[in-house]
Design a protein around this ligand. Structure first.
Ligand code: SAM
Length: 224
């Protein structure tokens, strides 16, 4: 740059820009964590933290962010009855149970694997929430047919991916108007195409996909 005045102007401009505080909030603030408010929350969080840090291997648990989402959905809609397909060792169930402590609701959860189901029962007990959950052992495709008439607020699907469509058909009539079907592993690599088609083409459902850069979660509301 031959013009010294222009050079001075450009250098000054760069210096001023460099001194300006970055726009928006401090990025570290967006990395929030669950902050327990009560002793019950503290007790459940302790078990969740232990499962997250030490017992993920072989249990295929949802990521922490998805667990927090489940809790948030259940608590904000005052859920009274949550049905989960795929308990594993109880990790996602405990996120629901944290919400259900506040809403006074109940979790019915299904798993076909005895070992994981037993771990879940132990974890529910450890967190002191065993009275608020019914664990049904067996093939959920058959067992859900025995579910009573209590309206369902949230169905959470996190088991055999190609079975989601069958669970949807069987459980949809029991979901209350305004209730949700939440499905896990819905990213484009893992989702089962017939289920994706079912939840995106049915005018009775409003579906949104979130956390798609990770496992992917679909949230479908049964319209009123
Ligand atoms: C991805 S894991 C569930 C993880 C759990 N939701 C969590 O985040 O902690 C899937 C579970 O579904 C169970 N499962 C698979 N097919 C099933 C079926 N037909 N009926 C019941 N459970 C089934 C498996 O045994 C396994 O424990």
């Amino acid at each position: 740059m031959k013009n010294p005045l222009l050079l001075f102007f450009v250098v000054s401009l760069i210096a001023v820009q460099a001194q300006r505080p970055p726009r928006g909030a401090d990025p570290s603030l967006f990395q929030s964590a669950t902050l327990p408010q009560t002793e019950v929350e503290q007790r459940i969080m302790k078990v969740l933290d232990d499962l997250d840090r030490n017992h993920r291997r072989g249990n295929m648990n949802v990521p922490v962010e998805d667990g927090r989402l489940l809790r948030l959905l259940a608590e904000s809609m005052n859920a009274q009855h949550v049905v989960e397909i795929g308990t594993s060792n109880g990790y996602s169930g405990l996120w629901f149970l944290m919400a259900l402590q506040k809403t006074g609701g109940h979790l019915t959860t299904y798993d076909i694997d005895r070992g994981r189901a037993d771990q879940a029962l132990a974890n529910f007990k450890r967190a002191g929430v065993e009275k608020d959950v019914t664990l049904v052992f067996g093939d959920a495709h058959e067992k859900v047919l025995e579910l009573g008439d209590t309206p369902i607020d949230i169905v959470f699907l996190d088991a055999d991916k190609d079975g989601y469509i069958d669970y949807l058909k069987k459980l949809m009539p029991k979901i209350r108007p305004g209730g949700l079907v939440v499905a896990h592993n819905m990213n484009t690599r893992q989702a089962h195409p017939p289920f994706v088609e079912a939840i995106t083409t049915d005018p009775k459902l409003e579906t949104l996909f979130v956390h798609m850069d990770a496992a992917g979660v679909s949230i479908s509301m049964k319209k009123r």
